[in-house]
Design a protein. Structure first.
Lengths: 284, 315
């Protein structure tokens, strides 16, 4: 017995460590493949399988083109507003000390915690029939709910945290030294902002913008509540996909889904590049 | 074997020393004139009634331990901090409420504060660019300054590709580029290692001789202050303890704090007897101005003490 135990192959400590690490890495790959890559591959296969005629019929449809245009318009406005607003809020959070700063910081994160459907409902409560602000807008002939304004509004609300959360810590890390140096050298505060502060946070800002874009493109929960998903009018790309599946036009739905996935992948690559640049710059 | 203490420079101060009074400030100065500056951060009184004058064309050092308010004074002179009360004059002009932008001061920060996304060249040129100096003039100015700080070969580098000493030289060139009225240096060598610090100190001295720009240097390093400055302002707990030329501050300390902070000193506790200070093991001169029997602290510089093998005082 004892002789056998002695001759049995025993693993050295380093081999065991390698096995454990190998197992963990393998597990990670498996996990990511099943959860991320498999669905993506499924969409590609499902979209391409029916043949190219689906491609032309899908993108030839006026509804689809309108849906993409609407998504693009909402995304562009959202990115522009949240980028400007985000930098301002980040500056306030990172630079100023005032009563209620902690509360403001928490409120900025609220959209991440609240379900988009609830955001949509809140917008209906404010701007919908009988809402607080509805009489004023109706009197001025402006339709908010079931129209573009409310869709932009809820998307902006949901995307507020991304730029703020990327830029504020960066500003804090950078400190005020360079800005003070610029001021003593004769720069106005506007010059200081555009020549020193903004270039210093540019990669973080771009990262935040990329996250915002991805979120705005894919937003559905809040938008479906406030838009009414009127075909050809308030139907975004994601809402189109939803309707396509409802009406058993799977191939067309897959096609739109695939094109949106491709945009997201390009964005993801952009996000990675921004992140690396940002890390490199901070290390300097 | 006994110890004989011989000294000609021992400083004596009454135990209950009254606060040292600052030298009266004459209004004629054209360098930097600071009068009765006060600054509070919340409940903390950071700067208390600070008045001094930095002579035109000279180097004045504000010397004090960390937390003495010296950097706050410098930042108020630059306009980066607003005084609660008091006045600041630069080059004969009242500047107390002028904006940072309009004061035309060169500021050198302890941690360089170089613009990390700009090359050395663009860093130095920044102050000329925002003041819209014509291109050919600013080109010449930057070129000359880089030559002066011996960084011409590094013009295209970014700050993260330079050593600490090189970065501080860039910061100095950048501060000098717009021809500032005064140069303010906030612990400029504080982040550098000892060897580089010594080198830069000597180099700054030469540079100052060449340019003659009125300079105000904030430091906690007494050696730095005594070596570079022609006038030293010693600060402690937000107030001025003493103002004077380096030799005077070193040899005739106005308060126990100055004696202890500016150079090493041994404190001897004793009494005045016939103009000398008697302590346990002997006596030192320097108590002529005090009455017999007054309890005093005498401060003796270690290098003024000589050890001998002869018995002292016939004992």
């Amino acid at each position: 017995m004892s002789a056998r135990a002695a001759t049995a192959p025993r693993l050295s400590a380093s081999t065991r460590r390698r096995l454990v690490h190998g197992g963990l890495i393998g597990g990670t790959y498996l996990f990511v493949s099943i959860l991320v890559l498999a669905p993506l591959a499924g969409i590609v296969v499902a979209a391409v399988q029916p043949g190219w005629h689906v491609w032309s019929s899908t993108f030839g449809s006026a509804d689809v083109r309108h849906a993409f245009l609407l998504t693009a318009v909402i995304t562009v406005i959202t990115v522009a507003v949240t980028a400007v607003l985000g930098v301002v809020v980040a500056l306030v959070l990172a630079r100023d000390r005032f009563a209620g700063r902690g509360l403001l910081s928490a409120v900025v994160d609220l959209p991440l915690a609240v379900s988009p459907v609830i955001v949509g409902l809140a917008a209906i409560l404010l701007f919908g029939r009988g809402g607080w602000f509805e009489p004023w807008f109706t009197a001025h002939g402006i339709q908010i709910v079931f129209a573009l304004p409310s869709m932009v509004l809820v998307t902006i609300f949901i995307c507020i945290p991304f730029v703020v959360r990327e830029v504020a810590p960066l500003l804090q890390e950078l400190g005020t030294g360079e800005e003070e140096a610029a001021r003593t050298l004769g720069a106005s505060w506007l010059q200081t902002f555009f020549r020193i502060t903004l270039p210093n946070v540019r990669w973080g800002l771009l990262y935040g913008v990329a996250l915002t874009t991805a979120r705005a493109l894919g937003e559905i929960g809040a938008v479906i509540v406030v838009s009414g998903a009127i075909q050809g009018q308030t139907e975004t790309a994601t809402l189109y996909v939803l309707r396509a599946f409802d009406q058993n036009r799977d191939a067309s739905g897959y096609m739109v889904a695939l094109s949106m996935a491709l945009v997201s992948i390009v964005l993801l690559a952009g996000i990675e590049i921004c992140k690396r640049k940002e890390e490199k710059e901070l290390a300097a | 074997m006994t110890t004989t203490t011989r000294t000609s420079t021992a400083t004596t101060t009454p135990t209950a020393s009254t606060a040292a009074t600052a030298r009266p400030v004459t209004p004629a100065g054209t360098g930097i004139v600071v009068r009765h500056l006060h600054k509070r951060f919340g409940a903390f009184h950071a700067v208390k009634d600070v008045s001094f004058e930095a002579q035109e064309g000279g180097i004045t050092a504000i010397l004090g331990p960390s937390g003495s308010g010296k950097s706050t004074v410098l930042r108020m002179i630059a306009g980066l901090e607003r005084p609660d009360s008091g006045s600041i004059e630069l080059g004969g002009e009242e500047q107390t409420n002028a904006s940072v932008q309009d004061r035309r001061v060169g500021f050198v920060f302890q941690h360089y504060a170089l613009f990390r996304h700009m090359t050395v060249w663009d860093n130095v040129r920044f102050g000329l660019k925002v003041r819209k100096v014509p291109w050919d003039e600013s080109f010449k100015r930057v070129r000359d300054l880089l030559e002066l700080v011996q960084l011409t070969p590094f013009a295209d580098r970014y700050p993260d590709q330079l050593s600490g000493g090189q970065r501080q030289r860039v910061a100095l060139a950048r501060a000098l580029a717009p021809r500032p009225r005064v140069l303010l240096l906030d612990e400029p060598f504080g982040a550098l290692d000892a060897r580089v610090r010594h080198e830069l100190r000597r180099w700054l001295d030469e540079l100052h001789r060449e340019l003659g720009v009125t300079s105000l240097l904030v430091t906690h390093d007494q050696e730095e202050a005594l070596e570079l400055a022609n006038e030293v302002v010693v600060m402690h707990l937000g107030a001025v303890e003493q103002i004077g030329p380096p030799e005077q501050v070193y040899n005739e300390a106005a308060s126990p704090f100055v004696a202890g902070f500016v150079g090493a000193a041994n404190a001897l506790r004793g009494h005045v007897v016939h103009g000398e200070v008697e302590f346990g093991g002997g006596s030192v001169p320097g108590g002529d101005h005090l009455e017999d029997g007054t309890a005093v602290h005498a401060y003796v510089r270690p290098h003024d003490v000589t050890l001998t093998l002869q018995p002292a005082n016939g004992r």
